[in-house]
Every structure is written in C-alpha cells, then in structure tokens.
Design a protein around this ligand. Structure first.
Ligand SMILES: Cc1cc2nc3c(=O)[nH]c(=O)nc-3n(C[C@H](O)[C@H](O)[C@H](O)COP(=O)(O)OP(=O)(O)OC[C@H]3O[C@@H](n4cnc5c(N)ncnc54)[C@H](O)[C@@H]3O)c2cc1C
Length: 285
C-alpha cells in the first residue's frame, strides 16, 4: 500500500522541531521510521506534515552523568544501545532487550526513543525502562519535562507525551551492585515480544534485598509485578523461590493479560512466569 500524501520537513535542531510541531496541525515526528512508515503505508496514521528529526545528532548517544545516571539520547539506534559498554555495565537488561529487537535492519534504523514513544505493547525496551525506574526527558513549547516511566506508559500505543512534545532522552538510574536481565518469548517471524520480563535485583550475603520486575507483551502496557517482587525479596533466589515468584506473577497479571491470534491470554500469563525464572537466572550468572 502507498502512504497518504503529506508535506515533509527536515529540521536541524530540537528547538526548531518543537516549534514546528507546536505550530503545525496534524504533524508527526519521524525518527527511524520503522513503526511510523508501516503505519503510514497501512493508513493507520495520516499526518498532514512529517517532521524528520532523524539526523539531530544532539539526541544520539550514550553517556554517564555524575556516576549516578545513564543517559541515552532518544535517537540512539537499538544496535548502538545494545553495543554500548556503559549500557552493558549499568543496565545489561536494556542491552539485551535492544539486541533482541527485530533484525539487524530494524536495530540499525529503529531508535530507542521512537520505540518508547510508539508504545507498542509487544515492544521490548519499555518493559526494561519501567523495571529500571527510568525517566523520560521531553521537550515541548513550555520547556522540558521529566516523566517517570511508571507514568509515561499509559496503555496500548498511548503515552504521556503531548502531541507537541519530543522525547529527547531516557535516564536510567545507576544503582550500586544492581544486576539485571531481560528474557522474552519472541514471535518467530517479527521477533516482537509475545511476552518479555525484565528483572533488576540486589543481593546481600546470598539473599535478595531488592527486586524490580516488569512484564510486557502479555499486557496492554508494561506492568510492574509487586507480587513477584515480594516473592523474591528475602529469598536466596533458589528454585522454590523462583517457582513461587513465577506463580505470583502469572496470578497477578491473569486478569489483564491480552489474547490475540498469536497467543491466548492464559498462555501469555503462564509464559510470563517462565520468562521471569529465565531472567532471574540470567541476572545472577
Ligand atoms: C520488522 C520489524 C520488527 C520489529 N521487531 C521489534 C521487536 O522485536 N521488538 C521491539 O521492541 N520493536 C520491534 N520493532 C519496532 C522497532 O523497534 C521500531 O524501531 C520502533 O518501534 C520505532 O522506532 P523508530 O525510531 O523507527 O520510530 P518511528 O517509526 O520513526 O516513530 C514511531 C512513532 O514514535 C514517534 N516518535 C519517534 N521518535 C520520537 C521522539 N523522539 N519524540 C516523540 N515522538 C517520537 C513517531 O511520531 C511515531 O508516532 C520492529 C519493527 C519492524 C519493522
């Protein structure tokens, strides 16, 4: 299918892009194009103007700020996030998730910010950013905002981003001695997550002192699991504890799990437990 006609603008700074976005009716930002262009071709999205921010180098790259934050520019491609030594060191779950997105072409063109802004329930990075306690930095006509991931993801393809805002960066807190991992059951063709689970764990003397667990793919938006977290904390993360945490996660999301032609809701809820066990074991290696 062919996209509807639109006017196209490529801008050279975030300020210019925000100005154009806020002064143009029915405009959409284009980053890597790997979700927007298919949506245009299927006429699921029909913007009058496309604002191409894909070449704004100021939004591309990974840095560590004051040894307490990992900052990732919104236009950083998945492949660059996956290969970054800083991401591997401080948030290995995100490196794993970005390294498992689609195929090499998607990872080289698709951007972390585009993925988070699109909020596809089957995406990988939102689940990790939520479990990590990440924050999303935005720029709009009224200036900058910083939104907790827990408030950012609001539902199916829905975020707290305003139509005239641009996502500029993702902030991941660096927590001493925190280990993380991401495990997904991938759709065999697209590699999108049928279910994906991210875990962040701290241990002391072999006992889990802090756990953050989020699940994606199984639910309309990435979701933290308080029940799984409670089941892990205070244990030695032995098999019985993982079985209990997996059962708690499955039980907690059962009512919210989504079913479609790829997988019924019961299967997704059950696989969430299996992915949790896989992620915890990977984090503790
Ligand atoms: C074949 C295929 C397989 C895929 N497999 C996976 C997978 O396994 N896992 C996974 O997670 N994803 C997968 N994806 C999606 C991929 O990760 C996309 O790159 C991503 O969803 C969108 O990023 P983008 O840079 O291409 O954004 P675009 O397509 O350019 O934009 C997507 C949406 O976000 C908005 N947007 C983009 N950037 C910003 C910004 N900085 N600020 C505000 N709004 C913005 C756009 O206006 C648009 O609405 C797949 C895609 C394809 C085509």
């Amino acid at each position: 299918m062919r996209p509807p006609s639109f006017s196209y603008q490529r801008l050279s700074s975030v300020a210019e892009a925000v100005q154009m976005l806020s002064s143009t009716d029915n405009a959409k930002v284009l980053a890597g194009g790997h979700s927007l262009i298919p949506a245009l071709n299927q006429r699921l999205s029909q913007p009058g103007t496309i604002i191409d921010i894909g070449r704004l180098n100021e939004l591309n790259g990974v840095s560590v700020t004051g040894s307490s934050k990992l900052m990732i520019g919104a236009l950083t491609p998945h492949a660059v996030v996956a290969a970054s030594n800083n991401v591997r060191r401080y948030c290995s779950a995100l490196a794993t998730a970005c390294g498992q997105v689609g195929d090499p072409q998607v990872r080289n063109w698709g951007t972390l910010g585009g993925n988070l802004a699109h909020a596809d329930p089957a995406s990988d990075p939102p689940t990790v950013v939520l479990a990590a306690g990440g924050k999303l930095h935005t720029m709009g006509p009224n200036g900058e905002r910083m939104i907790d991931a827990a408030d950012f993801f609001q539902g199916l393809f829905t975020t707290a981003l305003q139509p005239d805002e641009i996502l500029t960066a993702v902030e991941i807190p660096i927590v001493a001695d925190r280990k993380s991992a991401y495990a997904k059951l991938a759709h065999p063709a697209s590699r999108y997550a049928v279910v994906g689970v991210a875990v962040f764990l701290n241990t002391e003397n072999g006992s889990c002192t802090n756990a953050s667990v989020a699940v994606g793919g199984a639910t309309a938006k990435p979701t933290r699991s308080a029940a799984a977290e409670q089941a892990l904390v205070g244990t030695a993360l032995e098999d019985a504890a993982l079985d209990a945490a997996a059962a708690a996660l499955t039980n907690e999301i059962q009512g919210d799990a989504v079913g479609d032609i790829y997988a019924p809701s019961e299967y997704r809820a059950a696989m969430a437990g299996a992915m949790l066990k896989k992620a915890v074991r990977a984090a503790m290696v």
